[in-house]
Write a protein that binds this ligand. Sequence first.
Ligand code: AMP
Ligand code: ZN
Length: 471
Amino acid sequence: MDLRLYDTLTREKRPFVPLDPNNVRMYVCGPTVYDFAHIGNARPVIVFDVLFRLLRHRYGADHVTYVRNITDVEDKINARAVRDFPDLPLNEAIRHVTEKTAAQFHADVEALGCLPPTFEPRATEFVLPRADGKADMVTLIGQLLARGHAYEAGGEVLFDTASMPDYGMLSGRKLEEQQAGVRIAVEAHKKNPADFVLWKQSSANEPGWESPWGRGRPGWHIECSAMSAAYLGDVFDIHGGGLDLIFPHHENEIAQSRCAHGTPTMANYWMHNGFLQVEGDKMSKSTGNFVTIRELLYDWPGEVLRFQMLMTHYRSPIDWTRHATEQAAVALDGFLHITRSVDIEDGNISPDVLAALSDDLNTSQVVVQLHALAARGRAGDYQAACDLKATCNFLGFGLKEVGLQDILRHQKSDIDSSRVDALILDRAVARARKDFKESDRIRDELAGMGVVLKDGKDANGKPVTTWEIAR
Ligand code: AMP
Ligand code: ZN
């Protein structure tokens, strides 16, 4: 069975053929460590963990190299360090912030059932030439200058986008269009508005490294070009991240890596997960519509959140709702009951699940297949129950004794659910006789109890109203 993956660069789903089946190589952009990761950040981590597991299954666990970096140099980190540790020297303050945040991130994603990547390089360790000779940022920038793809101006080293005829292929942005569309004044020192920073000078109170271009720090994009080359070589198989990284981050990674190494490609498959929003709104710190993994883990077992994430195909947007979390909890609780007393050793990974995953990680189809196995298990098919257990385990679900029904009951316990149900019925009756004043009044009464109503349709198209507790 072919594994087929959608490639953002060629805009097609095609069979995955690794450069070297003995060493399948994948790079995914990791977190910038200055604050708790939010549930949107968990999406690429979970999605590419599933792909990592599938690749390990197909090629052997020792034949897959997965690199996910940690970005520990960035201006937001400096700002946080100054705010949180005003009395410490800057470098020490930065180390506190990045180490603490990286440790939180590791704990969060482990709770979400994600395997550690094979290598997890930190950007700050790849700025200067290394004793082990692995690729580094300063050497890459030097190569770009030597090959005529970069120039020094205004105290910066910039990538010269005009030096690369096919710059913009990933995002589909043509250089001329970008120039024509630019409304803001071109920064005076740039030859071209699309040119981007490879190296910038640091003032005394900013982190910096001594380089041939003075004391400074790298631009964001060059980090990933260096760390991917360090562990995966000049050209590798898969490069992943969220949709927002296509431009400028991945576009610029491609430009730097191809021009520095003189290669026609950087990675053969570019994969991007869709965005996640919360309860119908974009996540934003300023509006308070923002949920950290940590907050969710306080209320729910990590595998429930993992299951919820996989209910949607990775390229589709997700609306992260409490209702969907409850659905995920109920599904896993059902699987737990069926598999509790069966022996995982008797089970096989479901070929239907592997087939769904092999179709560009169709995890929503995986969920359908798991429910089908569960239905057979519930009907007394011992083999199906064993297969369900083995398949869940392969997908990163331990099916631990979490007592999900208890959690659900506990979470709703402060609210008298029979009273809520009665009011919902009254409201449906009022709506049926077109008494919208009364139906609105009932909705407000429920809102006063902390209950949010959701009007939708059931499988037969009949209107149904569900409810959840206001966040
Ligand atoms: P950042 O730390 O902001 O660079 O993000 C780390 C990863 O999370 C990147 O792959 C982003 O594309 C991804 N990401 C950030 N926000 C969201 C979101 N709301 N939905 C899905 N992925 C996201
Ligand atoms: Zn990156």
